[in-house]
Design a protein around this ligand. Structure first.
Ligand code: SAM
Length: 431
């Protein structure tokens, strides 16, 4: 194990080794500076990323890419190690959060002063009656909602183009869960009907969050003076034209083909900021820009199976894919919900294939990739996703692959219990 592992020593509670089986979870990041500014449950473990980069011997002269950057675990780790990185993220709110994290060179005092102005103005705002979108009404006590709204109006009046303005925006976005009475399901779905008891008063939560940001800015600035991360708020299936630099290594975790709707994950935050007014807006605002990994997505796009199967992108796995998705189409007929899993799986393979083609274009020969990935079994029909990704990678021009299983897992598909064993693991690909 290389010395970079000691990056967080003396500052944070650290473990001497990061369990590889926890590499796919974001939980440990909530103890780490900057990573903890926003809890994005879909993220993976920062210390595991650090281990992989150290193990590969990536240097400060090389470039690391994450085409599904999410909340920026790879970008932030690379900054702590002084390694240039590129992150691509298609969810508008997620990429804004990620960009805000990379503003860590901002002087802490500037953030504190900006936040104090926002807080003071919010505390002095005279109460007035406002109507809020139903999700917000159901997710907060009236007093808490009024305070959050006062913070929002205050930020909107004071905002400018400065990094401190954006960091204060992030602080306010980050407290929306801890101040809400609504429960949060796995991976951040908001559940207004499931109320939780421990909620934090918004003005207090805001000050607490600013204190965390201030401490982390100091921590990071003692180690580095500038961020070397680039972020593309765009599509992993079509970014190669923008990346002129050649990539040495890729660490990523794409959405799994398991019907989890990333577009909906931050509905509370998007509703608060007025980006959407309800579930119906989510597709236009976010989902249509993401790779297809949920049946809502494939049904909204009215995708047709035979069109998808005819695409060049899926040609390398076409015969097996066709067999599986035709079985899914048949099984679907016996299910009341009639979910569009057949087109979801075919479109998912198309999108992963397009992404791999982009990666092939930007990666140097001899580059290395690691994908954290899981297989899936919608309606109990097994889809060997990690093998398909590997075969699509080879077809795109990468050289070798191997797969390390991390853990067994089973996904509870809503409409049917199935007992198909599933797994999650690391797909290593060499270019
Ligand atoms: C498993 S999460 C990655 C989390 C990340 N490793 C982290 O630590 O936060 C997958 C991410 O891929 C993003 N995504 C989905 N479709 C995309 C696309 N076409 N281009 C870029 N990003 C996309 C999702 O919005 C989501 O944030």
């Amino acid at each position: 194990m290389q010395t970079q592992l000691s990056l967080f020593e003396n500052d944070m509670k650290t473990r001497s080794d990061v369990k590889v089986s926890r590499s796919g979870t974001f939980l440990d990041n909530m103890a780490l500076p900057i990573h903890r500014w926003f809890r994005y449950s879909a993220g993976f473990a920062a210390q595991w990323v650090e281990q992989v980069l150290a193990g590969w011997g990536i240097t400060k002269e090389q470039i690391v890419l994450d085409p599904f950057a999410g909340s920026g675990t790879v970008s932030v780790v690379c900054d702590t190690m002084g390694i240039p990185s590129i992150g691509v993220e298609a969810h508008s709110l997620v990429s804004r959060i990620l960009k805000a994290k990379l503003l860590w060179p901002t002087p802490p005092q500037h953030v504190v002063e900006f936040a104090s102005k926002v807080l003071k103005r919010a505390q002095n705002e005279r109460p007035h009656t406002t109507t809020f979108p139903p999700l917000l009404e159901r997710s907060y006590e009236p007093k808490a909602l009024a305070s959050l709204n006062a913070l929002k109006s205050s930020w909107l009046s004071l905002r400018d183009e400065s990094p401190e303005s954006e960091l204060v925006w992030l602080a306010l976005t980050a407290i929306l869960r801890s101040t809400s009475t609504a429960g949060t399901a796995q991976w951040q779905y908001i559940l207004p009907n499931k109320t939780k008891k421990h909620i934090i008063e918004p003005f207090f939560a805001f000050q607490q969050q600013i204190r965390i940001i201030k401490a982390d800015l100091r921590w990071m600035q003692a180690r580095a003076d500038r961020s070397c991360a680039d972020i593309i708020a765009g599509d992993a299936r079509a970014f190669a034209g923008i990346v002129s630099r050649k990539v040495d290594a890729v660490i990523t975790s794409p959405p799994y083909a398991n019907n989890y709707d990333y577009a909906d994950a931050l509905r509370l935050e998007m509703t608060f900021w007025g980006d959407v007014n309800g579930w119906g807006d989510i597709h236009h605002a976010v989902r249509r820009h993401l790779i297809v990994s949920s049946s809502q997505h494939s049904s909204r796009e009215r995708l047709l199976l035979e069109d998808l199967l005819a695409l060049e992108a899926v040609a390398p796995i076409r015969s097996e894919l066709a067999q599986v998705v035709h079985e899914l189409a048949a099984v679907r007929e016996n299910h009341g919900g009639k979910k569009h899993y057949h087109t979801m799986i075919a479109a998912y393979c198309r999108d992963i294939s397009l992404t791999l083609q982009q990666l092939q274009r930007v990666c140097k020969p001899g580059s290395r990739m690691c994908w954290v990935i899981g297989d899936s079994a919608p309606y109990g029909v097994y889809c060997p996703i990690e093998r398909w990704i590997a075969e699509l990678a080879i077809a795109a021009g990468f050289k070798n692959y191997s797969f390390d299983k991390l853990r067994d897992r089973n996904i509870k598909w809503k409409n049917r219990k199935h007992r198909v064993p599933l797994k999650e693991g690391l797909l290593w690909i060499e270019g």
